[in-house]
Design a protein around this ligand. Sequence first.
Ligand SMILES: O=C(O)c1cccc(C(=O)CC[C@H]2O[C@@H](n3cnc4c(=O)[nH]cnc43)[C@H](O)[C@@H]2O)c1
Length: 226
Amino acid sequence: MRVLVTTAVPAERDAVAAAFTAPASASLVLDPLAGGVGPAAAAASTAAALTAAALTGEPYDLVVSAGIGGGFLPDAPVGSLVLADEITVADLGAETADGFAPVTELGFGTVTHRPPNSLVREIAAVTGARQGAVLTVSTVTGSAARAVELRRRHPRALAEAMEGFGVAEAAAAHGVPVLEIRAVSNPVGPRDRAAWRIGEALAALTGAFGKLAPILESWNPHDLTH
Ligand SMILES: O=C(O)c1cccc(C(=O)CC[C@H]2O[C@@H](n3cnc4c(=O)[nH]cnc43)[C@H](O)[C@@H]2O)c1
């Protein structure tokens, strides 16, 4: 099983790598990559890594978008883990007289990718992660009004971050399944830098990846029961 883990920044990549100080096993290769902040950088770096691996004859079986994120209160408090059963881009569309319209309503593309159900359930059980939608945004939410509006449009949203949808688009282009896992560093809502708990969130990320090896080793990527 070959797994590519795309994070945004080196601190997140190192938090993932810290869970694998000894090689997990001969049957699990996990490559953490700091691919940049935002959906475009995430898509480009993930696609480049997937293409390079495929060209060397050792393609990845799974891609994971991982890092810190904002949590919607009260369902995803700071320090909690969120595992996406749905990766949805929240601001790809058009403003209309009737409000925001996603690109799918305009007749284009996609706004949601769905990770494999069976794998999500197993990982949530072992890590204690909350399962729900993770939104991808290009602009970090900075007001209570925007947080309320996002939850109105996406009632199942537990977290927001900036890379998941980009990683998922690259994975889909390569026909590779995708996961997104977020450790909550701050609440989604009014901007408050003092409320960030980045160290706590990075430690939670390391803890989660430390529990993943046995599940990933035994998961059959060809059994994509949704
Ligand atoms: O300046 C601010 O108010 C602010 C608030 C939260 C996050 C940021 C970032 O620039 C971090 C972007 C980086 O971290 C992920 N992240 C973490 N928290 C959030 C969030 O609440 N909403 C969206 N993204 C978040 C994100 O995936 C980026 O990699 C600045």
